[in-house]
Design a protein around this ligand. Structure first.
Ligand SMILES: Nc1ncnc2c1ncn2[C@@H]1O[C@H](COP(=O)(O)OP(=O)(O)OP(=O)(O)O)[C@@H](O)[C@H]1O
Ligand SMILES: [Mg+2]
Length: 376
């Protein structure tokens, strides 16, 4: 086989350019035919065309399609960095483990049911919802929710981190986006665009405004041409940055909020259970004082408490509060913020004694500082 033909084959495969890859395959086949290697040429043709045929028959029915996620989903690459533009993820996160308000859970379950019954809906000319936008502050479960949907549907997730795709060189972004959409369009797959605002954020850079418009246009075109076998999920912390034209493309938008008191109670108990900590703690009190924490921070708190239990063989509610205050004052850095938190916790019923212990000062010093802070 000629080295240059093999080189073409490898480069087009690595950059994910399907049409160039097809040309390279057929050039190789022609060359082998010319040289009289007819059986080899026939085998190459058969190998390529069989794969193409199975790719062009997307099905909602995963098992009927003989779905082989790892072998089918070949991620395209950025032309310059040669980095893969997405990663294929097979999630094992259960929807039951995502703690959300009932209405949001119901909306997600409805989407999952529509996707599961996509074939039946199609027979009635009904398109299942297949574009979901997840919004909300950091650490509230957007990525986790997308993964849980993947698990519930038994589908692989093409996980695209848009900041990576955009950062290198904006001129290349439209091409990259097109490659991503092209490579999934014939598959039964979830296309997950995480950090979706990365595109919109580039607006701040006025030098690149023209290019950005082209990127948004490419995105809109790809959204509009996206086949129903692809379930698109996008996640963002900065939904206000998104172009209204992009917003309109989604069938369903869910804004994940910080967990409320009842959800914090579930999360604290759930993780303590998972860490096999059976000490009886005042979860009501803990959920009350941890207002403002996101799911990720609650997990961090629970983990630190569990470590303390494993090392000291005991854990009280006071110990968890101590860890909470230490973590919070460490985040805030400023003295005033720390006093605000301590004063607030005191108002919520945490004793001055446990607060003093947490920050490592005497009861009377803390009493003095709180009074000063409150202007009493
Ligand atoms: N609602 C929730 N239910 C259960 N666990 C949660 C929830 N929210 C956050 N967590 C925990 O916090 C971790 C981080 O959450 P996740 O990465 O999904 O947040 P995110 O909203 O995508 O954040 P970011 O905007 O920073 O990407 C999860 O893996 C999970 O352990
Ligand atoms: Mg995330």
């Amino acid at each position: 086989m000629k080295a240059n033909l093999i080189e073409n084959l490898i480069v087009s495969h690595c950059t994910g350019e399907e049409s160039k890859f097809a040309n390279a395959v057929y050039e190789l086949i022609k060359d082998e035919e010319k040289k009289g290697n007819i059986p080899l040429a026939a085998r190459l043709r058969k190998a390529y065309e069989t794969k193409q045929k199975s790719k062009s028959e997307p099905s909602f029915n995963v098992s009927a399609a003989g779905f082989a996620p790892q072998s089918q989903a070949i991620a395209p690459r950025d032309k310059d960095s040669l980095l893969e533009l997405y990663e294929i993820v097979h999630s094992d996160i259960k929807l039951a483990d995502v703690i959300l308000p009932e209405t949001q859970k119901n909306a997600l379950e409805q989407l999952i049911e529509e996707q599961k019954n996509a074939e039946a809906l199609k027979k009635h000319n009904i398109e299942p919802a297949n574009r979901l936008l997840l919004c909300g502050p950091p650490g509230c479960g957007k990525t986790m929710t997308a993964y849980a949907i993947g698990h519930a549907l038994g589908l692989p997730i093409a996980y695209v981190r848009l900041d990576g795709l955009v950062s290198s060189y904006l001129g290349q972004t439209s091409t990259n986006l097109r490659k991503v959409f092209d490579s999934v369009r014939n598959q039964r797959i979830i296309l997950f665009l995480d950090e979706f605002d990365a595109i919109a954020k580039k607006r701040d850079d006025s030098n690149e405004l023209g290019e950005l418009k082209r990127v948004v246009t490419t995105l809109l075109q790809n959204f509009d041409n996206m086949p129903a076998n692809v379930l698109l999920i996008a996640a963002t912390n900065h939904e206000h940055l998104l172009d209204p034209a992009i917003w309109r493309r989604f069938n369903l938008t869910i804004t994940l909020e910080l967990p409320d008191e009842a959800q914090r109670l579930i999360l604290l108990q759930k993780w303590m259970n998972e860490y096999a900590i059976s000490e009886s703690l005042d979860y009501k009190k803990l959920s009350k004082i941890t207002v403002g924490l996101n799911g990720a921070q609650i997990k961090e708190l629970t983990k630190a408490a569990a470590k303390k239990y494993v090392i000291n063989k005991e854990l009280s509610t006071g110990d968890v509060i101590t860890i909470f205050i230490q973590q919070q004052t460490m985040y805030s850095g400023s003295n005033d913020d720390a006093m605000e938190l301590i004063s607030d916790l005191n108002n919520k019923g945490v004793s001055l004694r446990s607060l003093a212990k947490a920050v490592g000062i005497t009861h009377s010093t803390l009493d003095y500082r709180i009074k000063k802070y409150r202007g009493e």
